[in-house]
Every structure is written in structure tokens, then in C-alpha cells.
Design a protein around this ligand. Structure first.
Ligand code: GLC
Length: 747
């Protein structure tokens, strides 16, 4: 490590903000290089120096798809591949994973997050970090913390009580920090209790460093710093992007004026220098790509593009979730006459919009996998997935001529902004009253499908519905797709054809009124560049689906936990539902849902037997799972605990362990879960001066399920009080003490 004492104060300050959007500052005098950071999390987005033009990379399934895989090893392997591409392209830190909770399915970035459950998010986030960092590239755990909506994301203040934060909104970050030690943690845009995350000392220092022991670099989200000196003092090491020295000068002035101790600067510099030095050896010779150019064969070779495309297909297949399969219409009979309906079949929806957008090395489309199938687009769709190919084609198709008038990059980003605006407009029209064009497309689709044995409809949410910095206003499919499904369901009733719906969406949708009128529903999520092949593999039975939803599919938006408080008002959003988000909410209200957390069907069946509990200083839970069906299959075994005796309100059940098994027909395997006292604990705000994790003695329910509402084995155990804590103060005593404990500890 370079000798920090040899640095001038100005040099130190310059290391605490970026050189520009994507590079840290170099100190040539001492041989300290700059390093490059680039988005993730679903593939590498390396900038080319030209606005909105990225170096192509493999587009893997987005996080909400990977969440449905419940497969730690698959997530790790995808992350390794992303790390390898980062090394090949000379990027030293990948900005991912995102582990924010899905407080509402309306959040426009839910496609970038794993789950509504902190354990599942934390486990998969840890696998991702370990994968990327195993090849010498850093990860960036984001967005810390409580960034759960896109509307007003840079200004909204989240008001959540400490128990809710610790049990739900911080828990996944805690798990990843402790299990995988990410080289960087990215603070979020929003305020928490009125203080921006970028200068929230309780978050960045008290919790992250003093309690969790984190010693990596805290980096800001881009332009998330509002007061550099306050942010540095709160624990924010690296401001991104750079400010051309403006805020560096503020740091120097504050030290010189005695307002900021230089030791605080030195501590942050130490962490940034360590990052640069541990990351830099990862770099390989530059990966020069002229903006807008496609990759050469040797560059594709360097990226191992074919191998990674195959991995993207395997990953997407592991995420595909079979929601409904009435009458076993799937897998398809290969000799069946198939009509493929839906523009997404001709131009796959592979990812969401915003900073996670990857320019894929290639994209498979479903029509490539249906020999001689009849096809009709069925609805309006603007093919805007990959920035480069689609943009050029789109602009050409819409006479938005893109002539580089010598002003180069600025012109291109203006053209892209125009294209995206036009796309959003086109798709929002699709969500409104049916246009003549929409009606014509539906009539055409019905005509094309009338002689089919099987109608496969590729539906879902267009790009304009799911993107960063925007939230959805409805959980429904666009109006023209609803009208299409209505007409095709009527055709199905008339002709007896099987009707299969394949969905491409990054977050839960509602399925009225078409749900009961279709035979099968395959949730493909946003499956990345090879998703279409994976879907075909599942539809034709080459792959037995094994995905399980990592977020509840509600029956209606009004049923969702955050419905009355969503996006807040007067600059504040109140997390009034507390710890009861996702399945915790629907189970507490015993509310019916369309598909419960953890749900997913298979082409085979599984039996659960022999539940056994052994209590020592941990609780060992074992059971046996058997593949009782005709095919190889994979099953996600889920363990939930309940604490009905607690003196605080707790969810009916909470996920505490899971394992994804692979079983041959007739094969049985034992499953073992070891639970720790923390697995049974809740955050007791009244335990000691600042609260503590409390295992409150009494009866606990242990459930083993194929989903949160398909419980196959259940028992109860009794555990003693946590001996390390003072006894619980009864509520009436607390009330005598007066005042709410919610506001103590971290104001
Ligand atoms: C964005 C996102 C963050 C991303 C960063 C760099 O605003 O919030 O996830 O990594 O800026 O693009």
C-alpha cells in the first residue's frame, strides 16, 4: 500500500471523489492508478466515453428472475461470469448486487432486486458478491438503505421504526456484509428519518461499521451526496461521480478551518487506497471498442461470449417459474400445431430500463425455437431492449433519423432519449383505450390462432413499465394485452385449443380477468439475452421448471401492504405496515393471494417425510424429500418459523432456511437445517438502552414447505429465554416509563 503520510491534503481529498463518472482518481506521483467501476448487476455495462453507448456484454437474467431460482450456486456462477467479463473489459468494480426489499410490487426497480424476504435476498446477494470477488473484481452492495420506491427517490424521507429496519430493510445488507464482505457498499439516494443516506451516520458508521464490523469502502450512489464534508464525517468514503475538484476543495477547507479532523480523511483514504490496490491487479489490457461498434470475434472470444450465452440460458431456465398447468397441458406435445402470439416472441423482453441496462452480445427470440409456428404480434410493442441495435432500428423505423451531425455523443443521447420517450408514449397508449391499430393486431392474432392445437401467448410488461426512476401505477398488464387475452380465451373455448401464457415482467402482476380462462402460465421474468431459449426448453420439457416466486403475486393492488402509504406525502413515506411486508402481510391478514411466496410447480412431484428436531445450542431440523414423479426435478425446500407466544406482534411465519435439491425419479434425500438463536429472535426496542436481538422463550412453530402456503411438515418446539438479556419489561411498565422507544438510539 502506498504511504498515506506521503500524500498532500489535496491529494487525499482528490481520492475521495471520482475522476469522472466511472473512474477513481490516480496519484501518478506515487504510482497509484485509477480504477474503473461499471454497472451490473445483470451483466457488465462498461462505458465507451460516448453517452449512452456501452460495450456489449452478456445480458443475464435480472435479479427478480434469479430470486426465483432460489439457487445460491447458480447466482454465484453467473456472478463469476460477470466478474470475468469485467476483468476482460478492464472494469475493477461491478456495481451490484441490489438487495433492497420489495415493499410494493409497484416499484419500478423491483426487477433489480431479489425478493420481498431479507433472508432469500441476503443469501443470493452473498452468493453474487462471492462470485464476482472470486475473480479479483469488487462488488458494490446497494442501495444502503431503505430505497424501496423510485418516485422522489432522491428526496423522500423514509420513516420506519427501528425494529422494522433491522428485521426487514437492513437484514439482507447485514447478511451480505457479514457473509461476503463486499469491497464496496453503495449508499442510497433517499433520506432515512430526515437525513440523506449519504450523510446518515447511524446507517454508515453506527450500524455498518461499528455494529457489523464493515471496513470496506462506502461509495455514494451517483450524485447522492448533498454536503460532502457532512457525508465524509458520517462515513461516506467515495463520492461518485467526480465533481471536478469542487467538493475536494470543500474537504481541504474544512480540515484547514478545523471543522473536520484530518484523521477522518486519512481513514477514508486508507480504505479507498486499499480498494484500488486490491482491485487494480484484476485489470487486463484495455478492451477498446469504438462506440456503437459490435465486438470483433477476438473480443467475443475474450469475453467467452458463447460459453456465457449458454450459462445465461441455463440460468434463465433455472428461474422460469411454472405458476399454473391445468390438465398438464405442459410440456407441449412436439407434434402439436402451435400458434405463437405476442410481439415479445419476435423481440424478447430481456431486462428493465435504467442503469442496469446491458447491451447484450446477442439476443435469442422465441420464434427461433418454434419451427413453422403461425405467428402474430398481437399488440403494440416498441423493440427497445439493447441500446445499440434496437435504437438504430427503432429510430430508422420511426423516421427519427440519427445522423451524427458532427456533435457526436450528445446527439446520440438526445436521439436515445427521444426514442425512449416515443417508446414510452407508444406503450402507455397501449395501456389506454384501444387504438384502431391495437384492435387490428388483435383481430389478426385471433385469425392466425384459429387452427392451432396450442396457442402460446408471450405477454408481459413493456420496457416503459419497468425502469429506474419510475414506478408503476398499476399491477395489470397493458390494456391491449388484456383485450388480446380475452379474445384468445374465447377462441380457446370455441376450438378447444390449449392456451399457454408466457410472461416477461420484472415484478408481480395481477391476472384478472384472464387468469381462470387460460390453461397454463409460465413466468419467465426478465430472463436476459438467452431467455427465449430457456422458455422453449421448459415449454417442450427439455428442462423441468424449478423456479419459485420470490415475491407474492397479490389478487389486487389494494391488497398490498403499502397500498395506503405508497410513495408517501409531504416528503415523507411512513412504513406503517412495519415488518409485515410481502407474505408476512398476507399471512397476518390470512388474505388470499394469486400465488404465494415460494410457489412454483414442476413436471414431477415431491413428497416430504421424517421431520425431526434436535435441540442443542442450535436447533437442527432434518427431513426427507422424495421425487415421487416420473421425471428428474429440482425442488426448493423452505423452512419457516413462527413465534405465536411472543409479547410483540410477529409474522405468522418467516423464512429461516432453504435448499434447492436435484432428485431423480424415486430418489430420496435427507435435508438438514441448523438454526441459531438469532433465527428465532426479533429486535426488541426495549432491550437495554439501544435495543437488542431477543430470543423470547416459549413455543415456536417449525414448518417445512414447498411454498409459504404449501406446508408439508410442521411441529412445535419450546425454547428458553435468551440468558444474555435482561428480562422483558412488560408493556404496562414501559408505559409507566413513558414515551415511545421508537425514536431513541438513532436520531
Ligand atoms: C444509478 C443507480 C445505481 C447505479 C449508479 C451508476 O442512479 O441508482 O444503482 O449503480 O447510478 O449508474
Amino acid at each position: 500500500m502506498i504511504d498515506i503520510a506521503a500524500l498532500t491534503l489535496e491529494e487525499k481529498a482528490s481520492l475521495l471523489s471520482g475522476h469522472d463518472d466511472w473512474y477513481t482518481e490516480a496519484i501518478d506521483r506515487l504510482g497509484l492508478p485509477a480504477i474503473e467501476v461499471g454497472d451490473g448487476p445483470h451483466g457488465l455495462r462498461k462505458e465507451t466515453g460516448v453517452d449512452m453507448v456501452w460495450v456489449p456484454a452478456t445480458g443475464f437474467p435480472t435479479a427478480s428472475a434469479m430470486g426465483a431460482s432460489w439457487d445460491r450456486d447458480l447466482v454465484r456462477r453467473v456472478a463469476v461470469a460477470i466478474g470475468e467479463e469485467a476483468r476482460a473489459e478492464g472494469v475493477q468494480v461491478v456495481l451490484g448486487p441490489g438487495v433492497n426489499m420489495k415493499r410494493s410490487p409497484l416499484c419500478g426497480r423491483n426487477f433489480e432486486y431479489f425478493s420481498e424476504d431479507p433472508l432469500l435476498s441476503g443469501e443470493l446477494g452473498s452468493a453474487y458478491v462471492k462470485g464476482v470477488q472470486s475473480v479479483g473484481v469488487g462488488a458494490s452492495l446497494k442501495h444502503f438503505a431503505a430505497n424501496n420506491q423510485e418516485i422522489e427517490r432522491t428526496r423522500i424521507s423514509v420513516e420506519a421504526d427501528e425494529r422494522t429496519l433491522r428485521e426487514i430493510y437492513l437484514a439482507a445488507f447485514e447478511r451480505v456484509v457479514k457473509a461476503a464482505d463486499p469491497w464496496t457498499v453503495m449508499c442510497s439516494y433517499n433520506r432515512l428519518h430526515g437525513v440523506h443516506a449519504s450523510e446518515n451516520r447511524w446507517l454508515l458508521t453506527t450500524i455498518l461499521r461499528e455494529e457489523w464490523g464493515y471496513d470496506g469502502v462506502v461509495v455514494s450512489d451517483w450524485n447522492a451526496v448533498h454536503h460532502r464534508v457532512r457525508a465524509l464525517a458520517a462515513g461516506l468514503d467515495l463520492e461518485m461521480p467526480g465533481t471536478a475538484g469542487k467538493t475536494d476543495a470543500e474537504i481541504v477547507s474544512a480540515v484547514r478551518a478545523g471543522e473536520l479532523d484530518e484523521s477522518v480523511v486519512d481513514e477514508a483514504v486508507r480504505r479507498v487506497v486499499r480498494l484500488v490496490e486490491r482491485a487494480h491487479p484484476a485489470a487486463v489490457p484495455g478492451f477498446e471498442v469504438s462506440p456503437g461498434a459490435r465486438l470483433t470475434d477476438s473480443q467475443l472470444e475474450l469475453l467467452r461470449a458463447d460459453e456465457h450465452h449458454a450459462l445465461a440460458r441455463e440460468a434463465a431456465a433455472g428461474c422460469v417459474t411454472l405458476l399454473r398447468n391445468e390438465g398438464g397441458v405442459l410440456p407441449l406435445n412436439p407434434s402439436a400445431r402451435v400458434a405463437v402470439i405476442g410481439a415479445f416472441a419476435a423481440h424478447a423482453r430481456i431486462q428493465g430500463g435504467g442503469s442496469s441496462g446491458v447491451d447484450p452480445t446477442r439476443v435469442d427470440n422465441a420464434l427461433d425455437f418454434f419451427e413453422a409456428a403461425a405467428y402474430a404480434p398481437g399488440y403494440v410493442h416498441t423493440p427497445l431492449n439493447a441500446y445499440q441495435d434496437d435504437l438504430t432500428a427503432y429510430l430508422a423505423a420511426h423516421d427519427a433519423t440519427f445522423v451524427d451531425d458532427g456533435r457526436g455523443p450528445a446527439r446520440r443521447s438526445a436521439a436515445l432519449a427521444e426514442a425512449l420517450r416515443l417508446a414510452a408514449a407508444a406503450e402507455r397508449v397501449a395501456a389506454g383505450p384501444l387504438s384502431a391499430e391495437a384492435r387490428r393486431l388483435i383481430d389478426e392474432a385471433v385469425l392466425v390462432a384459429q387452427d392451432a392445437d396450442v396457442i402460446v401467448v408471450f405477454a408481459g410488461l413493456p420496457l416503459a413499465f419497468e425502469q429506474e426512476a419510475d414506478d408503476r401505477t398499476t399491477l395489470s398488464l397493458p390494456a391491449d394485452q388484456l383485450a388480446l387475452l380475452d379474445r384468445l380465451a374465447s377462441l380457446r373455448d370455441r376450438t378447444g385449443a390449449d392456451l399457454v401464457v408466457v410472461l416477461s415482467n420484472g415484478a408481480a402482476i395481477t391476472m384478472d380477468p384472464w387468469h381462470d380462462r387460460v390453461d397454463a402460465i409460465v413466468e419467465a421474468w426478465l430472463p436476459g439475452q438467452a431467455g427465449a431459449g430457456a422458455v422453449a426448453d421448459v415449454l417442450y420439457g427439455r428442462v423441468n421448471p424449478s423456479g419459485k416466486v420470490a415475491e407474492t403475486f397479490p389478487l389486487a393492488l389494494e391488497d398490498t401492504p403499502s397500498y395506503v402509504t405508497w410513495t408517501g406525502e409531504r416528503g415523507t413515506v411512513l412504513y406503517g405496515e412495519g415488518v409485515f411486508i410481502g407474505y408476512r402481510w398476507y399471512d397476518a391478514l390470512n388474505r388470499p393471494v394469486r400465488y404465494p411466496f415460494g410457489h412454483g410447480l414442476s413436471y414431477t412431484t415431491f413428497d416430504y417425510t421424517n421431520l425431526n428436531i434436535k435441540i442443542t445450542d442450535s436447533v437442527r431440523v432434518t427431513c426427507t424429500v422424495t421425487n415421487t414423479g416420473p421425471r428428474h426435478g429440482r425442488e426448493v425446500v423452505q423452512l419457516y418459523i413462527g413465534d405465536p407466544d411472543a409479547t410483540v406482534r410477529r409474522p405468522v411465519r418467516e423464512l429461516r432456511a432453504f435448499e434447492k435439491l436435484t432428485l431423480a425419479p424415486g430418489e430420496s434425500t435427507p435435508v438438514t437445517f441448523d438454526l441459531t438463536p438469532r433465527d428465532f429472535a426479533y429486535w426488541d426496542i426495549a432491550a437495554g438502552p439501544h435495543g437488542a436481538w431477543r430470543l423470547e422463550g416459549g413455543e415456536f412453530v417449525i414448518e417445512i414447505g414447498a411454498s409459504s402456503r404449501d406446508i408439508r411438515l410442521q411441529t412445535t418446539i419450546t425454547l428458553p429465554d435468551d440468558p444474555t438479556l435482561p428480562p422483558i419489561i412488560p408493556d404496562e411498565k414501559l408505559l409507566e416509563l413513558g414515551g415511545s422507544r421508537f425514536t431513541q438510539g438513532h436520531r
